[in-house]
Design a protein around this ligand. Structure first.
Ligand SMILES: [Zn+2]
Length: 92
């Protein structure tokens, strides 16, 4: 998440910093480098829990799930065929 998330106040990148108590914090890069931002920091675990709860709301319906599995099987078969052909060519 570090470097790809942005501060809600100044849009600066958020970075993870360790603290003396061993807990990592998420804080605005601009704030830590003397630029004008008053956004407070928070423990990284808070954000991780929020993202985990958000991801738990994702549900892939049965049909797309089957389609993805079929695409995966087809890709795997193509890869296996290509590897077999490569092996035959290399043994000539
Ligand atoms: Zn900021």
């Amino acid at each position: 998440m570090s470097g790809i998330t942005h501060c809600a106040r100044c849009r600066g990148k958020l970075h993870i910093y360790g603290s003396a108590d061993g807990k990592r914090r998420f804080i605005c890069y601009n704030r830590t480098h003397g630029k004008e931002c008053r956004q407070g920091s928070a423990f990284l675990s808070i954000y991780e829990e929020q993202i985990e709860r958000y991801l738990e709301t994702f549900h892939i319906p049965a049909d797309p799930q089957e389609q993805l599995l079929a695409m995966h099987r087809k890709a795997q078969t193509s890869f296996d065929d290509a590897m077999a052909q490569r092996s035959r060519i290399e043994t000539r």
